[in-house]
Design a protein around this ligand. Structure first.
Ligand code: MF3
Ligand code: CO
Ligand code: CO
Length: 255
């Protein structure tokens, strides 16, 4: 599939979808507390997306995914399925929200500390966010995706963390996952050259230990092989004439 260039009308719809996805992360924050189950977080988000936003939770039934959000706790890397698991003091959890509004997708995730967390958990969450922001800051026409992947990988590895290679960012629009693939590692001067009107996500997964991952028998949940902590942050980005716009930004999310 070719990389789609969004028209001004499509960009306006991407802005709306992005804002709604960001709003869900803002809404859910107060509910992420010791004692809550990931199923309860899924239910609250589902009801908000469907009833308040009158939008569609994109994960639900996507390739058979059974829930409306992804919740990935501690050594879970991504695509965790909400369930009876109770969050405990000291856990870290990524909540990944994708909504469809008026035919367009907005996709964003962030780490939440549950109660008070240890320095290592705080550190991997912070480094993953830094990796995402380093990538986002580079986005403008003419830059190549390999330049961005290289910068993200460098930052993680300089902090003695590792970048997961099996999952990546992606073009986004009418489809949840469009071309291009946005790798969070790579070589400068390689890959797609960015153009105004492209939309894609940057969503690095950073492990405090080794980069290797495995898929659990549920067919979705990805965990670190060495059970080390993992963190991920995600924004949906638009390439503009002179730089970029973060479509899923939240107040207070600035660097
Ligand atoms: N939101 C994830 C991403 O960032 C994809 C989740 S697919 C699901 O690309 F089926 F697990 F929801
Ligand atoms: Co995504
Ligand atoms: Co996502």
């Amino acid at each position: 599939m070719p990389v789609t260039i969004k028209t001004p009308e499509e960009i306006e719809k991407m802005r709306v979808a992005g804002r709604l996805a960001a709003d869900v992360l803002i809404m859910i924050e107060e509910h992420v507390r010791p004692g809550v189950s990931t199923d309860e977080l899924d239910r609250i988000c589902h009801d908000y997306i469907v009833n308040v936003q009158q939008a569609i939770p994109a994960p639900l039934n996507y390739r058979g995914f059974p829930k409306s959000i992804c919740t990935s706790v501690n050594h879970q890397v991504c695509h965790g399925i909400p369930g009876e698991k109770i969050l405990r003091n000291g856990d870290i959890v990524n909540i990944d929200i994708t909504v469809i509004k008026d035919g367009f997708h907005g996709d964003t995730s962030k780490m939440f500390p549950v109660g008070t967390v240890k320095p290592a958990a705080e550190r991997v969450s912070r480094i993953a966010r830094e990796c995402m922001m380093i990538g986002i800051d580079m986005v403008k026409p003419g830059v190549q995706l390999g330049d961005i992947g290289f910068a993200i990988q460098n930052h993680a590895e300089a902090q003695h963390c590792s970048i997961v290679r099996e999952y990546c960012g992606h073009g986004i629009g009418r489809e949840f996952h469009e071309d291009p693939q946005v790798l969070h590692y790579g070589k400068p001067g390689t890959g797609l050259t960015l153009q105004e009107g492209m939309c894609f996500t940057i969503e690095p997964m950073v492990n405090i230990g080794k980069r290797q991952v495995k898929l659990l028998p549920d067919g979705w949940t990805v965990v670190t092989k060495d059970h080390s902590l993992s963190a991920q942050w995600e924004h949906t980005i638009l390439v503009t004439a002179d730089g970029h716009e973060i479509l899923t930004t939240r107040p207070g999310d600035e660097p």
